[in-house]
Design a binder for this molecule. Structure first.
Ligand SMILES: Nc1ncnc2c1ncn2[C@@H]1O[C@H](COP(=O)(O)OP(=O)(O)OP(=O)(O)O)[C@@H](O)[C@H]1O
Ligand SMILES: [Mg+2]
Length: 252
């Protein structure tokens, strides 16, 4: 960014530097992290400095795999990117808006509208059907129930669960539960999809299917996908692979 001329309104300018996305010049990236730090203050032990000035930018429709040793800080990073946690320093911009200082209520609203999450475990509500589970984020947003359910049904068909709309989580296979979790993550048409070990609990064949589904849905819905994984097969399918090491991301 130019240091001269009229002041830019971009909040990243406060840090004096800015990560550039691979996307078209001038297009606001769906997700940027700038100079992210996260320290954990140990109750008994020393302070842990997990993220140390990390930068990341994702373009629309881009997929990035984040790999790294256990304990490197991958989940910590994903929680910051998804407004589930706040950085000790640095910025997280979603669609150009700084989310690192939102209060709890504003963070919850942002997560509901702009961010889709898929975790290692499906986190579906056990007493609700697949259809109801997928519709929940849309109902929370305030959509009318008929519209929410019809969109949920459409997404469940896209993930191959058109014949399982009325099944409760216990009546779905492990892979089907993750498919439903992917549908739920997309129901409010988020800007970004964050996945933390989404296939970590699945056998190899099912894992491959869910990997392909994630990338297919990323493409179809034009979201930016950041996926944390220990799975080499999944990492190899992403546009870019980044390794989290010593608190920053390096190209692999
Ligand atoms: N709330 C917390 N308080 C204190 N320390 C924490 C907290 N959360 C995570 N840590 C520490 O931060 C480090 C990074 O944890 P994180 O869960 O981000 O690792 P990870 O890269 O996701 O590992 P894995 O691959 O095993 O899931 C770990 O050493 C962990 O013990
Ligand atoms: Mg983790």
């Amino acid at each position: 960014m130019s240091e001269t001329g009229t002041p830019s309104a971009h909040p990243a300018d406060r840090t004096g530097r800015r990560a550039e996305a691979n996307g078209r010049a001038g297009e606001t990236p769906p997700l940027e992290a700038i100079g992210l730090h996260r320290t954990y203050r140990g109750v008994a032990g020393p302070e842990l400095h997990i993220l140390r000035g990390l930068d990341l930018a994702l373009a629309r429709g881009e997929s990035v795999a984040i790999v790294g040793a256990s304990g490197a800080g991958k989940s910590t990073l994903l929680h910051l990117l998804g407004a589930l946690d706040r950085p000790s320093a640095g910025l997280v911009l979603v669609g150009g808006t700084d989310i690192s200082t939102l209060n709890d209520e504003a963070a919850a609203e942002l997560r509901n509208r702009r961010i889709g999450f898929v975790f290692q475990f499906h986190h579906l509500l056990r007493d609700f059907t697949a259809l109801e589970n997928v519709a929940v984020p849309a109902l929370i947003r305030g959509d009318d129930p008929a519209g929410a359910k019809s969109r949920a049904a459409g997404l469940l068909r896209q993930v191959g669960l058109g014949g399982r709309l009325g099944h409760k989580p216990r009546e779905l296979s492990g892979g089907e539960r993750q498919r439903a979790a992917v549908a739920r993550a997309l129901v409010n048409e988020p800007l970004i999809l964050l996945a933390d070990e989404p296939t970590g609990d699945l056998d190899a064949d099912t894992s491959g299917d869910v990997q392909d589904l994630l990338l297919e849905m990323k493409e179809r819905h034009g979201v930016a996908l950041a996926v944390v994984t220990h799975n080499r097969e999944l990492a190899a399918k992403a546009d870019r692979v980044l390794r989290l090491r010593e608190g920053i991301l390096e190209n692999v």
